[in-house]
Design a protein around this ligand. Structure first.
Ligand code: PDD
Length: 284
């Protein structure tokens, strides 16, 4: 069945959903995006994603194509039209079509595109076994806090992981882990402290990260937001990642070394349960 895709005000069959070849998203990766998960037909943490989108737009002096209220309505309409019970909504805003010039156009007409992907998320079988990762050098640009569509290096990272026979890669800069190719990275020390890199321009400020750290602190778990190395991670009791598409996902192997006993640990498993339970309560 063909999906219905939203393009600049219209709901169209995906074959008819088109963007100009002069769109700056296509020519310059001059665009930002969000991925929001859908559980039980409802959006998880829409407000967090809308706020981060506003911040990404503002950091790039890019006008918002519609209000955040209108954006919520478009998300809901698309979920309803495509009968998405569980999956993702992808949203992209670009600076729109303009004659090719590195300088931003004086009067940009931003493009807005949204589409859905139906996917099993909450009961994804891999959550029971955990994922394996390798470490790679972080070669991305310096403003990773802005969620741009400039994703070639993360794609290369996924291919390096695939070539190594594993699921994903953790990126390392100046000896410290930044994040996964499309997720935030965590370890749990042998003393039980959850450690994840502090916020800054070096990582994306994950919406799932913010929620998971809040839930962890509410559950009296110790949390430290600081850098950690691959060596510390290999020696940790547990490791995991978070993102809108994986929620909390255990990591059981790093660069060929087993983490803990090589199975999903109790902290990651509990956090996944809490995240799903609490997020569903506030889904819209
Ligand atoms: N990726 N770090 C990076 C580099 C990411 O691309 C993502 C999200 C995250 C986690 O952010 P959040 O919890 O807000 O999803 C961290 C999305 C899912 C993607 O590109 O598909």
């Amino acid at each position: 069945m063909s999906r219905i895709v939203y393009v600049n005000g219209d709901y169209l069959p995906e074959e008819d959903a088109k963007i100009s070849v002069f769109d700056r998203g296509f020519l310059f990766a001059d665009g930002v995006y969000e991925v929001t998960s859908v559980l039980g037909g409802k959006l998880i943490d829409f407000e967090g994603h809308a706020k981060r989108l506003e911040r990404s737009l503002s950091e790039l002096d890019m006008p918002a194509p519609v209000t955040m209220d209108a954006l919520l309505e478009i998300h809901r309409e698309l979920v309803a039209r495509n009968e998405v019970h569980e999956g993702l909504v992808y949203l992209q805003v670009t600076r729109g079509a303009a004659d090719r010039d590195f300088a931003y156009p004086a009067e940009p007409k931003p493009s807005l595109v949204l589409f859905t992907q139906t996917k099993t998320l909450a009961d994804a079988p891999v959550a029971k076994t955990g994922i394996k990762v390798i470490s790679i050098e972080d070669q991305r640009w310096g403003r990773r806090d802005i969620k741009t569509v400039q994703l070639l290096y993360p794609s290369m990272g996924k291919m390096m992981a695939k070539a190594a026979g594993v699921d994903d890669a953790w990126m390392v800069e100046d000896g410290a882990v930044t994040e996964g190719t499309s997720n935030n990275a965590y370890i749990v020390t042998k003393a039980g402290t959850i450690v994840t890199r502090h916020l800054g321009n070096e990582i994306l400020h994950g919406i799932t990260r913010a929620a998971v750290l809040r839930f962890a602190r509410e559950a009296q778990m110790a949390v430290e937001e600081r850098s950690f190395t691959i060596e510390e991670a290999k020696d940790a009791a547990e490791a995991f990642i978070t993102s809108a598409s994986t929620f909390v996902m255990p990591v059981v192997e790093l660069d060929g070394a087993q983490i803990g006993d090589g199975t999903p640990g109790p902290v990651a498993t509990r956090l996944r349960e809490i995240y799903l339970e609490e997020s569903l309560k506030k889904a819209v």
